[in-house]
Design a protein around this ligand. Structure first.
Ligand SMILES: *Cc1c(COP(=O)(O)O)cnc(C)c1O
Length: 218
């Protein structure tokens, strides 16, 4: 069942796009079905659940933290988390840097941008991000590596609007890549979920975060 859903989705995703299987709220045996089907990249949005699944499941899994992350919880995931998608403040980034240092790691992170119309979504504006990037405090952080951007479109049926928001994130990525993060390791645009990943890929996504289309509704 899960294997079939996964295969169906992989068919629609080009080679250069990474599929993050969002396993939040789903029990380990169900998530293991995806693992058995070859999936090795999983995303969770709550620290406690991420840690317990990491402990219970095989160690060759890349765990992504895709949700809003509080500074005081960074320490729990710092030893193992592969990619943090939701960096939305300098304060959080400084804590990630500190914990990465303690663990002797360079932590890959994405900057989250507020591209949706909705007030509730977290993230930087382009101006805020650039201000941070130019600050001396940011430049002193040696144990983090910014590898791209992440964003969530408005929850709507309006395809034109979703597309516009994804285009905006792609523009932000291109601008940051040209002027601030010129290295080839800055290569990730995390956008697209079950309802809109095809649109996101058309607009330049390199990483989609798909949950309910693989594991069923929550
Ligand atoms: C839950 C979640 C997803 C996956 O959503 P689906 O609609 O189930 O595919 C993707 N990204 C984030 C940040 C999420 O919290």
């Amino acid at each position: 069942m899960i294997a079939e859903q996964l295969a169906g989705i992989r068919k629609h995703i080009p080679e250069h796009v990474t599929l993050v299987a969002v396993s939040k709220t789903k029990p380990v045996p169900l998530v293991m079905e995806a693992y058995e089907a070859g999936q090795r990249i999983f995303g969770e949005n709550k620290v406690q659940e991420l840690v317990s699944k990491y402990e219970e499941m095989p160690k060759d899994i890349e765990w992504h933290m895709i949700g809003h992350l509080q500074s005081n919880k960074v320490k729990y995931i710092a030893p193992f988390v592969h990619l943090i998608h939701g960096i939305d403040s300098l304060k959080l980034l400084k804590e990630v840097n500190k914990q990465a240092q303690k663990n002797g790691r360079i932590q890959d992170c994405l900057l989250q941008f507020h591209i949706a119309e909705e007030e509730t979504k977290f993230g930087f504006s382009e101006e805020e991000a650039i201000e941070m990037i130019q600050s001396s405090e940011f430049r002193e952080l040696e144990n983090i590596r910014i590898v791209g951007v992440m964003g969530m479109a408005t929850f709507t049926e309006n395809e034109t609007q979703i597309r516009k928001e994804f285009t905006r994130l792609k523009q932000i990525f291109d601008h940051l890549h040209k002027d601030y993060f010129t290295s080839v390791s800055f290569n990730t645009i995390s956008m697209g979920m079950s309802g809109d990943y095809q649109l996101a890929i058309e607009e330049g996504s390199t990483m989609v975060r798909v949950g309910s289309s693989i594991f069923g509704r929550r």
